[in-house]
Design a protein around this ligand. Structure first.
Ligand SMILES: [Zn+2]
Length: 74
């Protein structure tokens, strides 16, 4: 069974963090984050900005459409 590190978004610096294969810990070498997965979940759950940021990556067209409409009316 391979020990595959899962790349996730760091909740602290928004860079690439690593989730251990057994969900034991989350580490980020960019901001020295080193917490348990349980703490990571709490960190994200209490940080609505991070959630919005993640959702924004999936629906970038909404903002673009708004701007496009405004441009047409301009
Ligand atoms: Zn980080």
């Amino acid at each position: 069974m391979p020990n595959q590190i899962v790349k996730i978004k760091c909740p602290k610096c928004k860079d690439v963090a690593e989730l251990s294969p057994d969900f034991a810990f989350v580490r980020c070498e960019h901001c020295n984050l080193d917490i348990s997965y349980g703490d990571y979940v709490k960190f994200v759950a209490h940080n609505d900005v991070t959630y919005s940021d993640i959702l924004g990556d999936y629906i970038p067209s909404t903002e673009g459409q708004t701007h496009g409409t405004l441009d047409e009316w301009d």
